[in-house]
Design a protein around this ligand. Structure first.
Ligand code: DP6
Length: 325
């Protein structure tokens, strides 16, 4: 009753921003991301059979508070799904993310946990069930069970059984695509995604327009990914990031995740495009943009992040599926 799984993070090209069900983590709209190699989180889960508390160790430290609670809740869901007596669990997780990248690890962490916990409990691999379970830990984790380009389907059911990540194209479809991450602002983000999206849903007058537009943009993006059309993919990613942040600016109290360095990088991207360099940005709920480019322009684009204060630039490309073992 022991298993180890590894999963990669992902970056959304059309973002998830807002839940219609907070408990089941069901989104108001579909989203579409690229799974990022080579970064990964590796998690081992062992069900020990006996009674007692779960042991949760993350990056060498015993987890406490809400970090521990979210893991324990997911382990509880696995116990409730089987007749086998699993008992208390020991969970050990470690990410290889350089902190200087400023990228969140929760998507990879919950995807690795979902796959490891289900496997340790004796379930056969089932990416749909794994994605649904990962979603209960963190919405974006539903898109890290599979590699390449993954759509998290909004679904319509109240029980969430049709809301999971689905691979549209494998990582091998577009090996020249590059996604560069670097921490240009070291300031901690003030409002977590979970709280920020709740405030946005509840108070932003633009929220309904956001949800409708994002759903349409997921469909618009797919043919461009199919054709590996970087310019068109980059344009949709930028437009969608601006729209997500515009919706958040309009919340009450307003949410602004951009810092001066963020805007400087964004403006540099636009200037570089005029000079023929293919680079576009996307931005999650924090100050550090992720730049989309090609293998050809990768070195020039890495310099942009460095010029704006990134000590280290992590060069990612489409990554693979979550794996056991
Ligand atoms: C801006 O998946 O971290 O990165 O479901 O509350 O855990 P919870 O939120 P989370 O939110 C991610 C928001 C985002 C956009 C995205 O990844 O699609």
């Amino acid at each position: 009753m022991k298993a180890t799984a590894t999963a990669h993070p992902n970056i959304a090209l059309v973002k998830y921003w807002g839940k219609r069900d907070e408990r089941l983590i069901l989104p108001h709209q579909s989203s579409l991301s690229v799974t990022l190699g080579p970064l990964s989180v590796t998690t081992t889960v062992e069900f020990l059979g006996g009674d007692g508390h779960d042991e949760v160790t993350i990056n060498g430290k015993v987890a406490a508070g809400s970090e521990r609670a979210r893991v324990v809740e997911l382990l509880g869901l696995v116990r409730s799904q089987t007749k086998r007596r699993l008992g208390r669990a020991k969970m050990v997780s470690k990410g290889d993310f350089p902190a200087a990248a400023g990228l969140a690890s929760s998507a990879a962490a919950f995807a690795a946990l979902a796959v490891a916990a289900r496997t340790a409990a004796g379930f056969a691999r089932d990416t749909q069930a794994e994605s649904i379970l990962a979603r209960r830990g963190s919405g974006s984790a539903s898109r890290s069970v599979q590699g390449g380009f993954v759509r998290w389907n909004r679904g319509t059911r109240a029980d969430g059984r049709d809301s999971f990540g689905e691979q549209l194209f494998a990582a091998s479809h577009w090996p020249e695509l590059r996604l560069l991450v670097g921490m240009v602002s070291r300031e901690e983000k003030e409002v977590k995604s979970r709280d920020g999206m709740r405030t946005t849903v509840e108070t932003s007058p633009y929220y309904p327009a956001w949800a409708k537009d994002a759903e349409a943009e997921v469909a618009n993006l797919i043919p461009f990914i199919r054709r590996r059309d970087l310019e068109a993919v980059g344009a949709i990613a930028e437009k969608n990031a601006w729209r997500m942040h515009s919706t958040a600016f309009a919340a009450d109290p307003p949410l602004c995740y951009l810092k001066p360095a963020t805007l400087a990088v964004i403006q540099t991207c636009a200037e570089l495009r005029k000079k023929g360099v293919g680079v576009w940005f996307t931005l999650d709920a924090g100050p550090n943009p992720v730049l989309l480019t090609s293998k050809t322009d990768e070195a020039k684009v890495a310099k942009v992040l460095q010029q704006h204060g990134a000590r280290e630039v992590v060069r990612c490309r489409p990554g693979g599926d979550a794996e056991v073992g």
